[in-house]
Design a protein around this ligand. Structure first.
Ligand code: ADE
Ligand code: ZN
Length: 339
């Protein structure tokens, strides 16, 4: 079996993706020109050269600068559509994507401008490519909780279009405990709950995400491995972790791919999924993330299929739909193993 091809055609879901992190340099230059914006880089190559990060904050500075080019509903549509066209070719069946409304509001871009553009493209992706979707709004944790509360109010009329809320941006020094009230309100309003925790932050932040925010998935969760009691709890609860291999190496959360803890996580019984985070900045979309960790998993199709099954099991979808998608994975695996 050609394992590369096996990965490429394996049905899968993406559960940790920032749509603003799919902004490829060529599209960024195109939209900058359309909007009459001067980018502080001469060309695509020099922009690319700036993608050299030692930690999360290095990346975030460039990520917020990049999203400044997004101005109109059409820009958000084009961004999202470009992503969906890519993953349609990667056997991605379902996506749950993040957007950062506060990153746009603070630049004077209306909540609806971002929401309508992203949402219309997601609908077109479902119609044209059969990719089902959920949209998750993230609160920026480097800003005060009051800003998050204002943003949640803006989202209330669009409860039918936004499936959940999350927490992202600079983790160190911004613990989940700062956002307890806004997450309680979001839960009350029926939003599903996720949060970035344990990317650069300590295990304590993962405990807080579980106990104070009451997350249903942990985004990243790498630092859980430093605390065996926490690992046991995550295993017992089968709490999904949305792990992002290329992101982890590019942001130096993990020093090299051969040392990525994904095999240990699986070995421990954690419910892990593979995701791309900010693919335009980290060198690959979902299949490239699977390729990156395949060697570490002995290129075992059973393990790769397990990760794909987990991605559907951890999705915010009705159990019946999850079962159908998991069955697709099982059928594909059996078919490939019989060839
Ligand atoms: N925003 C976009 N990508 C992020 C990441 N990996 N961690 C925290 N915030 C983010
Ligand atoms: Zn992320």
């Amino acid at each position: 079996m050609d394992i590369q091809q096996f990965i490429d055609h394996l049905p899968k879901a993406e559960l940790h993706l920032h749509i603003e992190g799919t902004f490829e340099p060529d599209l960024m230059f195109q939209l900058a020109e359309r909007n009459g914006i001067d980018l502080p880089y001469a060309d695509v190559a020099s922009l690319h050269a700036a993608y050299d990060f030692n930690e999360l904050q290095d990346f975030l500075d460039i990520y917020y600068q990049g999203m400044n080019v997004l101005r109109t509903e059409q820009d958000f549509y084009d961004l999202t559509w470009a992503y969906l066209e890519k993953v349609a070719k990667q056997s991605v069946r379902h996506v749950e994507i993040f957007f950062d409304p506060q990153g746009h509001l603070e630049r004077g871009i209306a909540f609806e401008t971002a929401l309508n553009g992203i949402y219309s493209a997601l609908q077109a992706g479902k119609q044209n490519h059969g990719i089902s979707f959920g949209l998750i709004m993230c609160f920026l944790r480097h800003l005060p909780e009051d800003d998050a509360l204002t943003t949640l109010e803006l989202a209330m009329p669009y409860r039918d279009r936004i499936i959940g809320v999350g927490l992202d941006s600079s983790e160190r020094g911004n613990p989940p405990s700062r956002f307890e009230r806004v997450f309680a309100k979001a839960r009350e309003a029926g939003f599903r709950i996720v949060a970035h925790a344990g990317e650069e932050g300590p295990p304590e932040y993962i405990y807080q995400a579980l106990d104070l925010l009451k997350v249903e998935r942990v985004d990243h969760g790498n630092s859980s491995l430093q605390d065996s009691a926490l690992v046991k709890r995550l295993v017992d609860e089968q709490m999904p972790l949305t792990v992002c291999p290329l992101s982890n190496t590019r942001l130096c959360v993990v020093d090299a791919m051969q040392n990525h803890p994904l095999p240990q996580m699986l070995e421990a019984g954690l419910m892990v999924t593979v995701n791309s985070d900010d693919p335009a900045y980290f060198g690959g979309y979902l299949n490239e993330n699977f390729h990156a960790i395949s060697d570490l998993l002995d290129n075992d199709p059973n393990t790769l299929a397990e990760l794909a099954r987990n991605s559907f099991q951890a999705a915010f979808l009705p159990q019946e739909l999850k079962n159908n998608l998991i069955q697709e994975v099982n059928n594909y695996l059996a078919e490939q193993q019989n060839n």
